[in-house]
Design a protein around this ligand. Structure first.
Ligand code: NDP
Ligand code: 8X3
Length: 253
């Protein structure tokens, strides 16, 4: 099996774990992100370890022109993309509505919603030409239930959930599978980014319970992408055993 798998936000966390998982199964990878040095290092490691081909694309998903240009210029041998994992995204801040920063809100909406739309619209023509494909969008439990001080991050992930459902309906006629993966707490760089480099606050986000790992999510995504062609997982919410919702945790004493 040798598919072409495009993973956005592969420089860390869930995206990086997906890159390693799909590489270990001998797929060819297109990995994207803004931190080119991390992507280049990962490319070298994966090519050496698994003897596969990896293409790195460095762009900000918020930059519509950059996204369109990058995919217009994609070399022919990389155009037959089988799987798109729309993973790039972030939370910024955890503030009550009246205190939250408008710039943080815009960055979240531009990255998590607009970025996902720009990448999807750019990649879809390649899937339409092949009359098949699989788009996997990374939502969140925050896109299923709103929590205190989650406001616009939750809104961005509710949008991802709605877009995922809309894609599935509109692309049904085109033989394109669309899957929404909605994780609970996963220990990655997510909290460090959310709390703007405040490492002690970021670490405390996982106090008292064993969170999911990026590898747990990568395994799940890999499973969803390797089912028979007539089977599509539509929507999957996955939490660690000590989490039941955005609010309820069974924390250690
Ligand atoms: P990380 O911070 O570890 O990874 C985020 C990835 O997204 C990085 O590779 C980053 O790359 C990329 N990214 C962020 N913004 C942009 C941008 N503007 N342009 C291009 N790439 C970008 O976090 P996670 O792995 O946890 O997050 C991955 C996804 O999973 C996100 O969509 C997040 O919302 C979602 N999620 C995370 C959960 C968690 O608890 N960790 C739970 C539920 C969902 P770079 O900085 O190099 O650009
Ligand atoms: C990340 C999970 O609960 O921190 O999407 O919003 S949460």
């Amino acid at each position: 099996m040798n598919k072409i798998v495009l993973i956005t936000g592969a420089s860390s966390g869930i995206g990086k774990a997906c890159a390693i998982k799909f590489a270990s199964a001998k797929n060819s990878l297109i990995i994207t992100g803004r931190r080119i040095e991390k992507l280049s290092k990962l490319k070298d490691e994966l090519e050496k370890e698994y003897g596969i081909k990896v293409l790195t694309l460095c762009f900000d998903v918020q930059d519509r022109k950059a996204v369109v240009t990058v995919f217009k210029g994609l070399p022919n041998q990389w155009k037959k993309i089988d799987i798109l994992i729309n993973n790039a995204g972030l939370a910024l801040g955890r503030d009550s509505f009246e205190n939250a920063d408008l710039d943080d809100w815009e960055t979240m909406l531009n990255s998590n919603v607009h970025g996902l739309l720009y990448v999807s619209k750019s990649v879809l023509p390649f899937m339409l030409a092949q009359k098949k494909g699989h788009i996997i969008n990374i939502g969140s439990v925050a896109g299923k239930e709103v929590y205190e001080k989650g406001n616009v991050y939750c809104a961005s992930k509710f949008a991802v959930d709605a877009i995922t459902k809309a894609m599935r309906i509109d692309l049904l006629k085109n033989n394109i599978k669309v899957t929404g993966i909605h994780p609970g707490a996963v220990e990655t760089e997510f909290s460090l980014v959310r709390f703007k480099g405040e490492s002690s606050i970021a670490k405390a986000a996982y106090d008292g319970f064993t969170p999911l790992t990026a590898e747990d999510i990568a395994e799940t995504i890999y499973y969803c992408s390797n089912l028979p062609s007539h089977v599509c997982i539509n929507d999957l919410v996955i939490t660690c055993t000590q989490q039941a919702s955005t609010y309820y945790f069974n924390k250690n004493e």
